[in-house]
Design a protein around this ligand. Structure first.
Ligand SMILES: [Zn+2]
Length: 196
C-alpha cells in the first residue's frame, strides 16, 4: 500500500492526509518520503478508525473516578455520601461493559496489526484485560446488588487502576510496531549521523 512516511518520527500516513509538514512531529516536507506499507487497504482502514484507542479512555477514566469516589467516601461529610455513592454506582456499574468493549476492539485491532495474538506483549495485554474485566464484574456486583458500600472497594479500585495503567503501558509498547514494520532503521541511523 503506497503511503508517505516521516523520516524524523516514523509517522506513516496517506498522501492526502500528510500535508506539507508531518502532522505528528512538525518536521518539514523534505523529511517526508514515499513508503510502502506492508498491509492491505482493508486492514489499514480498520486501524485508521482508531476504535480501540478511543474506547479505552472510558474504562480508564471510570476506574480513576471510581477510586476518587471511594477514597472521598471514607472521610467525607455525611451529606456528600448520596452523591459519592451515586457516582460510585454509575462508574463501577458500567465498567464491565466498557472493559468488555475495550477488550474486543483491542483484540480486533491487534489481529489487524499483527495477525496473531501470541507475542509476549499481546499475551500480557490479554491477561491484564481479562483481569480488569473480572475485577470490574466484582465491583459492579458489589455496588449494584448491595445497599451498603464496602471498604474493600478501595483495594479493588486500586487494583483496577493498576490494570488500566499496565494496559496503557503495554499499549504504548505496541504502538511503535505500526510504523516500524519495514527495515528503515538503517536509514534513520545514517540520517542522524549526517545531522550531528
Ligand atoms: Zn514526523
Amino acid at each position: 500500500m503506497s503511503m508517505l512516511r516521516c523520516e524524523v518520527c516514523g509517522y506513516v500516513q496517506t498522501k492526502e492526509a500528510m500535508g506539507q509538514k508531518c502532522p505528528a512531529c512538525g518536521a518539514p516536507g523534505k523529511a517526508i518520503k514515499s513508503y510502502t506499507l506492508a498491509m492491505s487497504p482493508q486492514r489499514y482502514r480498520l486501524l485508521s478508525w482508531k476504535i480501540h484507542p478511543i474506547l479505552v479512555h472510558f474504562p480508564s477514566v471510570f476506574t480513576i473516578l471510581a477510586l476518587v469516589f471511594v477514597v472521598l467516601r471514607f472521610g467525607a461529610p455525611l451529606q456528600w455520601l448520596p452523591f459519592l455513592d451515586a457516582g460510585l454506582r454509575w462508574t463501577m456499574g458500567s465498567l464491565p461493559l466498557f472493559a468488555l468493549l475495550s477488550f474486543f476492539t483491542g483484540r480486533m485491532d491487534a489481529q489487524a496489526r499483527f495477525k496473531k495474538l501470541s507475542s509476549q506483549h499481546l499475551r500480557r495485554k490479554i491477561q491484564v484485560g481479562i483481569t480488569l474485566f473480572l475485577l470490574s464484574l466484582v465491583g459492579a456486583w458489589q455496588v449494584l446488588a448491595s445497599e451498603t458500600i464496602s471498604l474493600w472497594l478501595l483495594p479493588l479500585a486500586f487494583a483496577m487502576n493498576l490494570c488500566t495503567g499496565l494496559l496503557g503501558r503495554l499499549g504504548g509498547e505496541l504502538n511503535c510496531a505500526f510504523v516500524i514494520d519495514t527495515p528503515n532503521k538503517k536509514d534513520k541511523r545514517t540520517n542522524k549521523e549526517s545531522t550531528t
